[in-house]
Design a protein around this ligand. Structure first.
Ligand SMILES: *Cc1c(COP(=O)(O)O)cnc(C)c1O
Ligand code: SF4
Length: 420
């Protein structure tokens, strides 16, 4: 991390300017010429950036750029910020919308995939455009905030759907909106009685920490319970500035979580990830998810194997505080949603006995009680604990409730045979 005065492009910048998020925003690095005054670029690197820029956006806040190690072409900060020509390479299994978000979108800018919560996309702009962005089909294309009509349509949908108890405001980056616009959204969501919690997903604490001011936090705190999930990927991103941003939010009672993406050459290493989760809990950010990199176009060079992810989880669970261990997920292509994956801890099971292994490989037998778990239901199948029938559920839950014996995928040979 360099002081900005050491960087030719910013040598005359005052402390007041540097710490002002509007200055940071206005002075984002968007061209090869500007970038070459911040880090040395080979002709090849310049050519690569120009090639990528024909297809994707670049914008790097001066703050985040100052974290780049100028002497290291493989610097993890650089890899997340500076495009390369690999981004124009598209593999056959990659797509524009691998999570099929558009298919689960009842109104523009709102994704309703899970029963009780929605993803509300309020802007398409970000303070920095991450090289690994999964939503690059929309993010940064026009740098625009959603229109008031679009936001109103989203809010109307939430109001009309009483099952929505959790609204996740995302984008783009919602914290790039001005306080007034953000408050307008929060106020309207809070007027809806069935909205119990509001979450904001934002990379601002990492790439534009100056935006997190006391005024912003005070405004957000009016709308509790409000959670913020941010996106640190590497220990180098934890700086005095990002630490201060998280402290301001935490001091205003906002629980902070972190979602990382596994990225080849950036953080696909058990030690780097362990350092990251330790640094996060020190700044009061609880590791929430580690994502397997989605199958979005142009990201093949960033993707890791799932085995590496499991190895990281193996290195965390048991080896460190339970609350520092995130859940590793694959966001299933085709809109299946997040699927948790984990090393296997149950080795086998027998009548009344479960054999488990711990993080060190110690093997232990757990003896189960011998009784009929169905004792909790009365004769009509009503649960004595919750007073309800465990029914009306779908998928696997309906099988556990005894409502169906099998679930068969649509396109199987046996179904084809049956049709004939
Ligand atoms: C990730 C996500 C959510 C929130 O999921 P949680 O597991 O509750 O954090 C909601 N909707 C969509 C479409 C998502 O991708
Ligand atoms: S902040 Fe999030 S939405 Fe914005 S470019 Fe980065 S990954 Fe994409």
């Amino acid at each position: 991390m360099r002081h900005w005065k050491e960087i030719p492009l910013f040598k005359d910048v005052t402390y007041g300017e540097w710490s002002d998020w509007r200055w940071q925003w206005r002075n984002r690095i968007e061209t090869v010429e500007e970038l070459s005054q911040v880090i040395p670029l080979t002709e090849e690197a310049k050519e690569g950036i120009r090639t990528a820029l024909q297809k994707v956006r670049m914008a790097i806040t001066p703050y985040y750029a100052s974290l780049i190690d100028p002497d290291d072409e493989r610097c993890p900060i650089r890899m997340q910020a500076v495009p390369t020509e690999s981004e124009v390479v598209v593999k056959p299994w990659e797509s524009v919308d691998p999570l099929d978000e558009d298919a689960d979108s009842p109104v523009e800018g709102l994704v309703h995939r899970y029963p009780d919560r929605v993803l509300f996309l309020v802007t398409e702009q970000c303070s920095m455009y991450c090289r690994h962005c999964t939503r690059r089909r929309v993010v940064g294309v026009t740098d625009k905030v959603a229109s008031k009509e679009r936001m109103e349509a989203g809010i109307r949908y939430i109001r009309e759907h009483e099952e929505v108890r959790d609204v996740l405001i995302s984008g783009g980056d919602p914290l790039t909106l001005g306080n007034d616009r953000l408050e307008w959204i929060l106020q309207r969501l809070r007027e809806i009685p069935h909205v119990e919690v509001v979450r904001i997903g934002s990379r601002v604490p990492v790439v534009l920490p100056q935006r997190i001011t006391g005024d912003l936090a005070k405004m957000l705190a009016k709308y509790h319970p409000l959670y913020i999930n941010t996106h640190f990927n590497h220990p180098k991103e934890i700086t005095p500035e990002s630490k201060k941003a998280c402290a301001i939010l935490a001091d205003h009672g906002i629980p902070l979580g972190n979602q990382s993406v596994l990225l080849r050459g950036v953080n696909n290493c058990p030690q780097v990830m362990k350092d990251l989760v330790h640094d996060l809990v020190r700044i009061r950010v609880r590791p929430y998810y580690i994502y397997q990199c989605d199958l979005t176009w142009g990201l093949d060079h960033f993707r890791t194997t799932v085995g590496e992810g499991l190895e990281i989880m193996e290195a965390l669970r048991g080896h460190t505080s339970g609350f520092a261990v995130p859940t590793y997920v694959i966001d299933a292509p085709g809109g299946g949603g997040k699927v948790p994956i984990s090393p296997q801890y149950i080795l086998t099971m027998g009548e009344g006995t479960v054999i488990v292994r711990n993080y060190e490989g110690v093997i232990a037998a757990y003896h189960e009680p011998s009784y009929d778990p169905r004792e909790k239901y009365d004769e009509s199948g009503v649960c004595k604990l919750c007073g309800k029938k465990h029914e009306g559920s779908r998928g696997l839950a309906s099988m556990l409730a005894g409502e169906r014996a099998s679930l068969i995928p649509e396109r199987t040979d046996r179904l084809e045979r049956r049709k004939k």
